[in-house]
Design a protein around this ligand. Sequence first.
Ligand SMILES: CCCCCCCCCCCCCC(=O)SCCNC(=O)CCNC(=O)[C@H](O)C(C)(C)COP(=O)(O)OP(=O)(O)OC[C@H]1O[C@@H](n2cnc3c(N)ncnc32)[C@H](O)[C@@H]1OP(=O)(O)O
Ligand SMILES: CCCCCCCC/C=C\CCCCCCCC(=O)OC[C@@H](O)COP(=O)(O)O
Length: 294
Amino acid sequence: MDVLLLHGLLLLPLAALLLYRCSPHFQYLCKVAFFNCWIVAMATLLSPFAAFRGRSVDNMKLLRAALLPLKRFYGIRMRVRGAEQLQLQGPFVIVCNHQASLDLMGMVEVIPERCVPIAKRELLYLGTVGWACWLSGIIFIDRHRRDTAIEVISHTASTMRHENLRVWVFPEGTRNPGKSMLPFKRGAFHLAVQAQVPIVPIVISPYWDFFSSKEKRFTSGTCTIRVLPRVETRGLSPKDVPELTESVRQAMAEALAEMSMSDHEDQATEQSLLGLGDNRGRPQGQGDTARNGK
Ligand SMILES: CCCCCCCCCCCCCC(=O)SCCNC(=O)CCNC(=O)[C@H](O)C(C)(C)COP(=O)(O)OP(=O)(O)OC[C@H]1O[C@@H](n2cnc3c(N)ncnc32)[C@H](O)[C@@H]1OP(=O)(O)O
Ligand SMILES: CCCCCCCC/C=C\CCCCCCCC(=O)OC[C@@H](O)COP(=O)(O)O
């Protein structure tokens, strides 16, 4: 009986490994589970150290360091274009497109010093993850209560100037895996105008070559992050916000469309050089698993 149990226990990991290598769906589930487990584990591990320092934007360095290795686990190559746009002395507002939780990997590639994201309040209740976020100075807004969200943003505008803080906002306000960007919420632009600081738009290229939650597909691939020229807001007032929002969204939408094309071309060239043929947008098999390193 004991021998049978032992064999069963030995066979279980082997069966899981076989399933992982043969089933793209199972591979997707494992990779997403690992992503979440990594975040929870790192948050649990780092929170006591962060708590020692107290609530401080300096703790963002710990979160960044904890998330940086993820791209290696998943075999995601990150290319950053225009990073010099982030070499600014004072405070500024970053606006970035939001496709999925995977954006955290792109975010940590380029996030400057003293920069905190604006996040939905619900993240606060994710146990140690919420605790780690709070300790790192992440700004929480309740999206269902516009007045209090606006109050938080107004308060952030004065903090930015007094404490030389940079703020990262996903102006779509929710995750959007679609091919074009959603209409932008105006909070980030009011924030920049109130604080009279520049806006730095960042566009992360679409993930569809290597990730799709709809198709349950997660392979290795390349992601491009493009930092667009900054937009000055000095002298602008609240009445200029709608136009400012639209012009920044337009520039980001154009960059996204351009990147969608060029990333597809790069991928096709890479694959034809490797003699893999064109298997874009389709689940990939064992060859990719081996290159993923996971
Ligand atoms: C190791 C552990 C690691 C853990 C890692 C975790 C990392 C975590 C990373 C976290 C990543 C997490 C990522 C995430 O969680 S993403 C989700 C959270 N982010 C957002 O929601 C984006 C920010 N939201 C907004 O900007 C919205 O505008 C708000 C919520 C404020 C209102 O939304 P609403 O739906 O109502 O939309 P609206 O934009 O049409 O505005 C309506 C009206 O209000 C006016 N208005 C707006 N704002 C201001 C203002 N400030 N001063 C004065 N007026 C203002 C505006 O002009 C308009 O008026 P009018 O112009 O039509 O007259
Ligand atoms: C005691 C309770 C313990 C609960 C533990 C729960 C474990 C949760 C596991 C992992 C947390 C990963 C958090 C990653 C945060 C990624 C940021 C993100 O992508 O947020 C989504 C938000 O932008 C928009 O949300 P919606 O698209 O509007 O929805």
